[in-house]
Design a binder for this molecule. Sequence first.
Ligand code: GLC
Length: 586
Amino acid sequence: MSTPPHVTPWWKSASVYQIYPASFLDANGDGTGDLAGIIAKLDYLKDLGVDVIWLSPIYRSPLADMGYDISDYEDIDARYGTLEDWDRLLEGVHARGMKLMMDLVVNHTSDEHAWFAASKSSKNDPKRDWYIWRPGKIVDGEELPPNNWESLFSGSAWERDSATGEYYLHLFISKQPDLNWDNPVVRSAIWDVMRFWVRRGCDGFRMDAINCISKTDGLPDAPLVDHTQYYQPASMYFANGPQVHRYIKQMHAEVLSHHDLITVGETPFTHEESELAAYVLPQNRELNMVFHFELMDIDSPPESQLLRKPWTLGELKAIVSRWQRFMRDDGFWNAVYIENHDHARSVSRFGNDSAQWRTVSAKMLAVFEITQTGTLFVYQGQELGLKNFPRTWGIEEYNDVAAQNYWNLIKEKRQKAQGKKDVDMSDLLDSFAQKARDHARTPMQWNAGAHGGFTTGTPWMRVNDDYPEWNAEQQIGDDTSVHAFWKRALKVRKAHDVLIYGDFVMLLETDEQVFAYTRNYGSTSALVLLNFKEGKVEVDLGEVIGGVARYAFVLGNYEKEAIGLEEKVTLRGYEARVYVREALLN
Ligand code: GLC
């Protein structure tokens, strides 16, 4: 039995809304979203039922990876505003009883950060050891990078710097040099950055790629798995490395333990529960929760998240139910999310974004999320059922460096193999249309005006074509909209502790169309029925829950009025229903 809600920390029941600032709302007409735009929408967020806003990075940055490359941790990029704007934002957030969580990107900095400029200036600079520098490796008289690690955004993970002739490590693009966490001075500089924001009033941190901060000693070559190239995936040597828990425990002791913060670590390349448990179990004094990647990786082959592999509902059910039940009694806590700035839109991936099914399946996915235990995350536009942009958009619309680099790599390989410049890339565009990060980064669709009301200027990224019909203004006035449903769904979650804290029991385990489960908390049970396909389906509850008496309807995506529960239930296409039952007290 889990701890009763009155003694649990506030962040467990929180609904967190992630803002991607560049694409939220542009208040000054320069084509990029800004802090003033966010301030203008605080009432919208409060009305939706948001408790915590997570801001993707707004620090000074050359934006080589959209702000995940920071050149000054203690200043706001001029595109977004000023520190004073941030103070105003915080004030507005707090005045509405909400909280503000910042993105902490400290596995790496930008190569334009003053720390890196000093580090690369000379081998003797006091900051040389703040980054990971190594001499090249001579093989058959030829100089190669220090090892064969592949960057997560294609090519070598090493860049040679001509000033000293040495290479620096960058797990992501070359403009994102990795900090050397083994240097205690670097760690204390990071604690100072965190203290800076906590002193200024922020309420927590989402920690970017935090499981990558400790690399295996000696930086060994990765095993050869991709025979088409020299560079090899190397996450076994940088994810969950030897010192990672020591460093995060130190962060906890130095900074986190002194404040009441929400903390969530991003932990890619890890499907092993026990590995992730170590970050989260309360007695370890590290983080509140992590974003595991198992569900996000369900439709990706090992070579790239930009490619698509078919997935089955059985796989999804197995992943979700495993995490929902994982080490609950020991205090493990989930972060529940199906969308963020690194993934395509959830209605296009897990629902059905055709005209007929888009609304109802987006609502079904809302029910899927709000009926899981854990802290809930909603990504901007998800509350409107925003979908991927169309396949007809060309590669020039994909701004993301991950898509661009991967495209160029594959194109070069094909050109070489086929001995011609003009090669067919349409299959890759098919994949990108389904999987690229860019789909989550199109501007928010506020109204039917030019560029969806996002900007009065020229948007930095094209707005999805459907904004005249799919926008916030249209949906707010419509009780049957995805937005109205999310608002209701977030309220239902808050009204029923069983949905937040209850145990999870999967029903109909082998069913490939329906995901059904019960949640139990004290004397309350909830029953959740989700049809993940278009076709109608009959579910025989009599066999699995032994009686449907006293189950009261609390939420459904077809009609608002209560639908009674029979032992044999017919679920319509993408139908979702939630029932709650209070046990009779004797
Ligand atoms: C994280 C971010 C992603 C970024 C990467 C490098 O995965 O979510 O957007 O590209 O780290 O910072």
